[in-house]
Structure formats: structure tokens, C-alpha cells
Design a binder for this molecule. Structure first.
Ligand code: TAP
Length: 456
């Protein structure tokens, strides 16, 4: 019975991943995954003959209360931090389980798996803590590097593995092995910190995905130690999906993962047009100008970016799109795979505003349409439309595929200032004669444009 219930849970997790692969089915995927997790917890309670039920129930209640409140209150832009914390806690839990089980673990492969879980779970815990601090601006978001950093990192990792070998040789039993196991945890915590410190704030979401994969592997190893099939299945799924997501994000940014992790040690300063040079003239326009441009266009493509999320302008942009559609304008949204700060960020935001899915067009499909588009309305996006990705070898985004808004008849940027985007580089398109800038918070600007379109 227990194995059958675990099988059902495992199938739920697989269906959840399938559901999460599309915005249309993501909500269903989430629910199915949560149902699988609840079933797994019920099985543990009903079949394991647990001791200390009361403290366990209190811990579950406390975790559920904190998780539910935090998840409901968190701003969309802070989801990466939340994922980082949840992920770190998972890694820490896997390491704790391995630490407690060491003395009763069989020699050989199970003991090696427990030591693996100790190291990887601890790295994931402390690394996730640093990613949280970076994204929450509790510390600098810039890469933290120091001379000999890679050697210190490599040396510390070697020490952690060395203590792991001491545990293995001592069969995980006795005072020496126990002390070595604690040392494994402490040194691995330092490894996790050293691993994430050199990563710049913008790349942190990718490292969160990688640490997520680490946690999955640590959980799978803990499952092997405990002889729990479901933990092995769930951990492996998290490990595999986290690895794939990491690779996909790196590919969408046009950068190898090694560059994201260790690029700061070899960087020679931002090549190409760094932001903050001398001021050049741009074409600043008012909401009425934008309303006329949009209201009399045949085809408009909206390109949302991080600023849309910051301004929480998804409902207002939809209101504008509906107004334009009512005037006979064909409106679609060009979605870049790394627009915003997390995978699927724009899809989630626009789904929240009930934008019809068929209006969301992926980058590869929208680009051929842009030469036939009258106006590209860039709402709080910058890097994902920056032509430097194609024209400036050496620029941090060189090689990243972009949404080629410069191909449209006119380009309107909604942003607050001439500050650059995440990559910190100038966007030449801002100075193009066909480009107009409407300065201000995206939500406020859109509301003014909506009012002006209504008055047309
Ligand atoms: P960015 O290049 O970061 O540009 C965002 C723009 O929004 C900025 O130019 C900013 O200009 C503007 N903005 C901020 N707040 C605003 C507000 N309240 N109202 C109006 N505008 C506002 O964003 P993007 O084009 O979406 O590119 C995403 C970047 O993040 C890429 O470099 C990508 O590689 C990186 N990244 C993405 C991910 C994922 S998975 N999505 C993960 C890691 C890194 P002002 O300050 O002048 O307003």
C-alpha cells in the first residue's frame, strides 16, 4: 500500500513538471505537485510508526503557517529570493538527515551517499542564503572577488571532501568520525558561500536554479540512505529539472554556465558601451504623442521587461491593449525567455492580468513579425532589446538573442530614466531617430496613455 501511494506521489510530481512547462497548465501543475507532496506526508505519518508525533506536528504546523503567509505576501519581483530560501531549507534538511543517520548507515555506497548529502546539502543551504542576501539587497549584488579566490574555493572544497573521507574510513562510527562529519558540514557551508560570492546579482537567479539541482541530488542521496524510494524519485526529478533549467537560462542569455559562475575572476571590466557616458540627446515624448502613435497603428507589439514587474503594470498594459484592440489595432506581446528576473516571469505577470495566451508570442516567432509592425512598445525592458547583443563583441550580453524591436516602424520605451538594465550597458537604440522615450513609472505612464487613447 505504501509503495503504491509513493508511486501515485511520484506520478503527481512528474505530471506537475509537465504542467509547469506551459503557462496555460502551470496552475494545474502546481496543484498536482502539492497534492503529491501532501499524499507523501500522509503516508509517512500512517505507515512509519513515528515517535515524537507532537513535536513533528508542531514543526509541520509552524512550517506550513510561515510558508503560507510568506508565499501569499511576497511580491512577484521577490519570488527568486523566496525560491532561494525554500531551496536552501531543503538542502539543509537533507544534510541534517544525513548527519543524524550516519551512525546507523551501512558501510560502502549508503555511507558514501550520506557523506555526499552532507556536502551538497550544506553547500546548497549556505549558497542559497547568500543568493537571498544578494537579491534582498542585504549585501552588495556585485561579484565579490579577492586574489586567489578560485584556489581558496578549490582548497576549501578539497578540505570538505578530505573530512568526508575521514568519515568514510571511520565507517561513520565513533567520536573521530562524528567530529569529522560536523567538520564536513561546517567546511561545506563555507564552500557554499565561496561558490556564490563571485556571482553578480543579475546572474543570481541562474545560480539559484543550479543550487536547486544540488538540493535535489542531496535529497535523492538522503532517500537512498533512508531506503525511501519517493525521496530518490523526487530528488532526482528536482536535480534533473534544475540542471535543465540552469542550462536553458544560460543558453537564453547566450553565456556558458562557467562564465556565469566564474566569469568575475576573468572579467576585464565591461567592454563595449558601458553606461554612464556623456549625455546625448534623446527624443522624449508625452503620453498624448504615444497615444496617437498607438491609436492609429495597424499592428503593435508590446515587449515587457523587468520594469513591468517593478511597476506592477500588467493590468494597465492589458487595459491599453484592450482599448487598442477595440480600435482595430492588432496587439501582441513579444516574450523574451529571460525578460524579468526569473524564468517565465512575464508569462506569470501577464497571466495574472488575464492576457489571452494566444497574444503571448515567443521571441523566435515575434522577430519575423517586427518588420511588419508599426510600433514596438517596450515596457520596462532594456537588455532583451539591446542591439549590443548582436553588434558589440565583448559586451556582457554579446551573443544573447534579442527581440529586434529596431525592425519595427517606431519604438517607444517606457522607463523612468536613462539608467541601463541589468547588464549595466548603454542601449544605442535609445538614441535612434525612430525611438521615443516616455519617462516615468511604467504603470503611471501607461495609465496616462490609456486616458489619452480614450480621448482620441
Ligand atoms: P532590464 O535589462 O533589467 O531592464 C529593465 C528596465 O526597466 C530598466 O531599463 C529600468 O530603467 C526599467 N524600469 C525599472 N523599474 C521601472 C518602473 N517602475 N517603470 C518603468 N521602467 C522601469 O530588464 P529586461 O530587459 O527584462 O532584461 C532582463 C535582464 O535580466 C537580462 O539582462 C537577463 O539576462 C537578466 N536575467 C534574467 C533572468 C531571467 S531567468 N529572467 C535571470 C537572471 C538575469 P529605469 O531604471 O530607467 O526605469
Amino acid at each position: 500500500m505504501r509503495d503504491f501511494a509513493y508511486l501515485v506521489s511520484g506520478v503527481c510530481f512528474i505530471l506537475a513538471l509537465k504542467g509547469l512547462s506551459s503557462p496555460r497548465t502551470a496552475r494545474y501543475g502546481n496543484l498536482v505537485g502539492a497534492a503529491g507532496a501532501v499524499l507523501a506526508v500522509i503516508v509517512v505519518f500512517t505507515t512509519k510508526g513515528l515517535d515524537h508525533i507532537l513535536p513533528i506536528l508542531l514543526a509541520v504546523a509552524a512550517g506550513t503557517a510561515v510558508g503560507a503567509v510568506v508565499a501569499r505576501r511576497v511580491q512577484m519581483t521577490a519570488i527568486p529570493q523566496l525560491v532561494a530560501i525554500f531551496n536552501g531549507v531543503g538542502g539543509g534538511a537533507a544534510a541534517l538527515v544525513a548527519l543524524l543517520e550516519l551512525a546507523s548507515t551501512d558501510d560502502g555506497l549508503p555511507l558514501a551517499a550520506a557523506i555526499f548529502s552532507l556536502i551538497v546539502g550544506s553547500v546548497s543551504f549556505s549558497g542559497s542564503g547568500v543568493t537571498f542576501a544578494k537579491l534582498q539587497e542585504l549585501m552588495t549584488g556585485r561579484p565579490v572577488i579577492f586574489p586567489g579566490g578560485p584556489f581558496v574555493f578549490g582548497g576549501t572544497l578539497a578540505i570538505a571532501i578530505g573530512f568526508g573521507i575521514v568519515v568514510f574510513v571511520g565507517d561513520g562510527q565513533g567520536t573521530a568520525a562524528s567530529a569529522a562529519a560536523v567538520a564536513v558540514v561546517l567546511v561545506s557551508l563555507v564552500v557554499g558561500v565561496l561558490f556564490v560570492l563571485p556571482v553578480g546579482g543579475a546572474d543570481v537567479p541562474i545560480v539559484i536554479s543550479l543550487l536547486n539541482a544540488f538540493t535535489g541530488l542531496a535529497v535523492a542521496a538522503s532517500g537512498y540512505v533512508l531506503g525511501n524510494t519517493l525521496l530518490i524519485v523526487a530528488g532526482t526529478l528536482v536535480g534533473a529539472s534544475g540542471t535543465l533549467l540552469t542550462r536553458m537560462m544560460a543558453a537564453a542569455m547566450g553565456r556558458p554556465i562557467t562564465n556565469i559562475l566564474f566569469g568575475a575572476f576573468t572579467a576585464r571590466g565591461p567592454a563595449g558601451a558601458a553606461a554612464g557616458g556623456e549625455a546625448r540627446p534623446v527624443r522624449s515624448v508625452g503620453p498624448e504623442d504615444v497615444a496617437i502613435l498607438l491609436g492609429y497603428a495597424r499592428k503593435v507589439v508590446v515587449v515587457p521587461g523587468y520594469g513591468l514587474a517593478v511597476a506592477q503594470a500588467q493590468h494597465t498594459v492589458r487595459e491599453l491593449a484592450d482599448l487598442l484592440a477595440a480600435r482595430g489595432v492588432v496587439v501582441s506581446y513579444g516574450i523574451h525567455p529571460v525578460a524579468g528576473r526569473m524564468p517565465g516571469h512575464m508569462n506569470v505577470l501577464l497571466a495574472e492580468a488575464s492576457v489571452p495566451y494566444d497574444q503571448l508570442v515567443e521571441m523566435d516567432d515575434i522577430n519575423p513579425e517586427l518588420p511588419y509592425t508599426d510600433v514596438a512598445l517596450v515596457v520596462g525592458a532594456n537588455d532583451v532589446v539591446n542591439p549590443a547583443a548582436k553588434t558589440s563583441p565583448g559586451s556582457p550580453i554579446y551573443g544573447m538573442p534579442i527581440i529586434e524591436v529596431g525592425q519595427a516602424g517606431a519604438v517607444v520605451f517606457l522607463k523612468r530614466s536613462m539608467r541601463p538594465g541589468f547588464a549595466g550597458i548603454e542601449n544605442e537604440l535609445m538614441y535612434d531617430p525612430k525611438t521615443m522615450l516616455l519617462f516615468g513609472d511604467a504603470k503611471e505612464s501607461l495609465a496616462k496613455v490609456v486616458a489619452a487613447v480614450k480621448a482620441l
